[in-house]
Design a protein around this ligand. Structure first.
Ligand code: 26V
Length: 767
């Protein structure tokens, strides 16, 4: 791109630094903080000089509404997109700084839980790079999900402010008001400009705030006084919903997001086109999961306020909305009492009743919106969206055949699949510059702009010199991770070990407990003198909802195993490591260093997974069940380049239906019993909380909802096979190369393109 001249950058930065800190300030004598602030301001000037996509001239614009958003750190990503990253690094090196060090000063906002929150920014980045007009709409949580801190080997959360990020935020007062819990609120719109790769067009991320949040309602940790919902509304992502006050607040958040989004969209269309008459030609409203489903009744109400009849408003709404489902788990498909919605907004509750009647009057008996006095949000989203999609082939199949089978029969053309994608700029080029540079050299092109170029690597699959290069890149990344873990987290990781990584939200269906069972098995093997050929580091990272007991318990188990494997009898060969507060920027350090990607969910439960794709493009080999995008990874690389284990989704579904699974049948196997009983052994009780350990033991032996014991032996076999395979470096790095080569499919540009072709139909991008 333009302006990569290092001399010019040096001069610009010197001038900006003096403007900020006085004539005496020079790049040579400035503090790290001053240099960081100067580069930030300088990069923002460059970003704002780019043309805004916001002003659409033709085609449609996507408004992507999401209650979670994990944009990650901005500075490095923007510099990369602007084509300035390498040049700025050269300039900084002269002052003995590096952009990596400076980036560490930026906070990473925890405005999401995991894959769902990260997906929006990945698609946004892909769409922007392609020149699509897309705006992401979310909430401006002051403290996000909170900062995860382990105390006594238990997960706790502390408020996690993200002030520094404020440098990039442009705050404006909305021209409209929304009504919530009987109060009129004029939202604040916090706008962040989003850049795309190698394009001078930009899009926006808008984070709504009430402007009325008050820290005074925060009690200990992230607990709040929620008696008045308004001051608490935008403080934290997902309030404690173990009581009605918390659930009410969450519904309040969902409605605030929905109402603000709809008013914002209408205003945007009105301003651009003079009226909303042909809104369906200009706007697509994409519901990222069911949380923003209240957008639907809100839009009907708003259209009626503008003089449209109810019938016409409803028909128009059906042309505007798109719904992406991200889970099939019943407990995550919200059913909200109408009375709770009524307490937030009586008008919306009434409209939901009318929408329910509308569906019935059309003679559609599938998927009732109202089940008694409870609103089925997913059904609401399905009926009134013109497109419904899942996020991986298997997931969409399950939606059609099972979860929404009646809907799929009623609306045969509505359902489609769009497999998730990731942003290669962040997850390959920025996270793993050495590998990106290397594969760029081998393929002779820009693999971020065109990830399909990675296929060209296949030419080198039998080239032992290339295998050796890949090995040395992996070693460098492990060294860097080990140094960082030691310095930042006080954790010891042997960089010469095989690194196997399970990094994702804590949830029973993801089976972090199965991973822990393997760890116990391995510890017992080592104590009996059966040592691995190469040491192993078993890294687990992620956050779990504060109130989700089962997931919190399993984290406790993992932390106990982390402690246990510090013992000199075990640590030289095997270590469990669990760094706290896993977030986007930590993922950028861990994933490039991983050898094995653990994707071990109970088949049929993980909609897609996205860490599997991020790990794949960084050369890790998947050890996984036939679930989510693992299946597509397996199809792309072939069975020799993935380690698959466990029952498949059909067998799992049959087993769920028949109710014939009894964990005790497996627990009676002496090998399994020895492993499971270790959880409540004296050795573990000395380290952990006996009450929790007993709870885990009881769950596994009496419930085992996600059938860890059933898959245990198959998992151990596959994991051991992976470790054995690692011993032959040539064949290992051939596998690694094939995985990198085939990962281009998971580019979020491909995902955005498919959304456009199958769902959004944006027309010509506004160029
Ligand atoms: C949330 C909850 C919350 C309460 C406890 C039970 C439960 C179970 C599942 C969920 C997931 C909610 C939606 C979600 O985050 N889905 C994730 O979306 C990713 C992006 O599409 C996808 O890669 C993950 O597979 C999917 O779990």
């Amino acid at each position: 791109m333009k302006n990569t001249n290092t001399k010019m950058i040096y001069e610009e930065l010197s001038r900006d630094l003096k403007n900020l800190y006085g004539e005496e300030a020079t790049l040579e004598n400035a503090s790290a903080d001053q240099i960081y602030s100067t580069i930030w301001a300088w990069s923002l000037k460059k970003v704002s000089a780019l043309e805004k996509y916001g002003e659409i001239t033709s085609g449609r614009k996507v408004y992507y509404v999401t209650i979670e958003i994990l944009p990650g750190r901005l500075l490095g990503n923007n510099l990369l997109n602007l084509g300035l990253l390498s040049a700025i690094n050269i300039v900084l090196r002269r002052m003995r700084y590096s952009i990596e060090n400076l980036e560490e000063m930026e906070t990473d906002p925890s405005l999401g839980n995991g894959g769902l929150g990260r997906l929006g920014p990945c698609i946004h980045e892909g769409a922007t790079s392609l020149g699509y007009s897309m705006e992401c709409l979310s909430l401006h949580y002051h403290y996000g999900l909170g900062k995860q801190v382990f105390r006594d080997k238990k997960q706790t959360f502390e408020p996690d402010p993200w002030d520094l990020y404020g440098k990039a935020v442009n705050t404006r007062q909305a021209d409209y008001e929304v009504e919530l819990c009987g109060r009129k609120i004029r939202p604040e719109e916090n706008v962040i400009t989003v850049t795309g790769y190698n394009t001078d067009k930009t899009n926006s991320l808008v984070l709504f705030d009430t402007g009325l949040a008050s820290d005074a309602v925060i009690r200990d940790g992230i607990r709040m006084d929620m008696s008045d919902p308004i001051p608490a509304l935008t403080l934290f992502l997902y309030p404690d919903d173990s009581n009605e006050e918390g659930r009410f607040l969450r519904t309040g958040q969902e409605y605030f997001l929905s109402a603000s989004s709809i008013r914002h969209i209408l205003e945007d269309v009105e301003k651009t086109y003079g009226s909303i008459d042909s809104i369906a030609e200009h706007a697509v409203i994409h519901l990222n999961d069911t949380h923003p489903a209240l957008c639907i009744p809100e839009m009907v109400c708003q259209l009626m306020d503008r003089g449209m009849s109810e019938e016409k408003s409803i028909e128009l709404v059906k042309k505007l909305f798109v719904y992406t489902n991200h889970t099939i788990l019943p407990e995550a498909l919200p059913r909200v009492p109408l009375s709770r919605i009524r307490a937030v907004s009586p008008r919306i509750a009434d409209m939901i009743t009318r929408l329910d009647r509308h569906v019935r009057e059309k003679g559609i008996t599938a998927g009732p919106v109202l089940e008694g006095d409870v609103v089925n949000m997913a059904n609401l989203a399905c009926h009134f969206s013109y497109s419904v999609n899942g996020v991986a082939e298997i997931h969409t199949g399950i939606l059609k055949k099972d979860v929404f089978s009646d809907m799929a029969a009623a609306y045969p053309d509505k359902f489609t699949n769009v497999t998730n994608g990731i942003d290669f700029g962040r997850w390959l080029r920025h996270a793993n510059p050495e590998l990106a540079w290397y594969v760029g050299r081998l393929t002779g092109g820009d693999v971020v702009a065109k990830p399909s170029l990675l296929e060209k690597l296949l030419r080198y699959q039998d080239d032992t010199a290339v295998h050796a290069d890949l090995e040395s890149i992996k070693e460098d990344n492990k060294e860097a991770l080990a140094a960082w873990l030691e310095e930042e987290k006080g954790l010891v990781m042997n960089p010469k070990a095989i690194l196997t990584v399970q990094a994702k939200r804590g949830h029973a269906y993801k089976r972090q407990d199965l991973n822990c069972l393997y760890a116990i098995w391995k510890i017992q093997e080592i104590l009996q003198g059966r040592l691995p050929a190469t040491p192993i580091v078993n890294l687990i990272a992620g956050k779990a909802y504060p109130t989700y007991e089962a997931a919190n318990d399993v984290f406790h188990l993992a932390l106990c195993l982390q402690e246990l494997t510090k013992s000199p009898a075990i640590s030289p060969w095997f270590r469990v490591i669990m760094p706290d507060n896993y977030n986007v920027s930590m993922a950028e350090k861990i994933l490039p260093a991983a050898d094995i990607s653990e994707q071990i969910s109970y088949a049929g439960t993980e909609a897609s997974g996205t860490s599997n794709c991020k790990l794949m493009c960084n050369g890790a080999i998947t050890l996984g069940t036939r679930d989510g995008a693992n299946i597509e990874i397996g199809d792309l690389v072939g069975p020799d380049n993935i380690f698959t284990f466990g029952i498949d989704a059909k067998t799992a579904a049959d087993l769920n239906r028949s109710g014939s699974y009894h964990p005790y049948d497996y627990y009676s196997d002496p090998e399994i019993r020895r492993v499971v009983d270790f959880i409540v052994s004296d050795a573990m009780r000395r380290i952990g909380d006996s009450v929790i350990l007993e709870r885990i033991h009881r769950r596994l032996t009496t419930e085992d909802t996600y059938k860890c014991l059933l898959d245990f032996k198959s998992y151990v076999q596959a994991k051991e096979a992976a470790f054995r395979a690692y011993e032959d470096k040539d064949s290992w790095y051939k596998m690694s190369l094939i995985n990198i080569a085939r990962s281009g499919f998971f580019s979020s540009m491909r995902t955005a393109r498919e959304y456009n072709e199958r769902v959004w139909h944006l027309g010509d991008p506004a160029r």
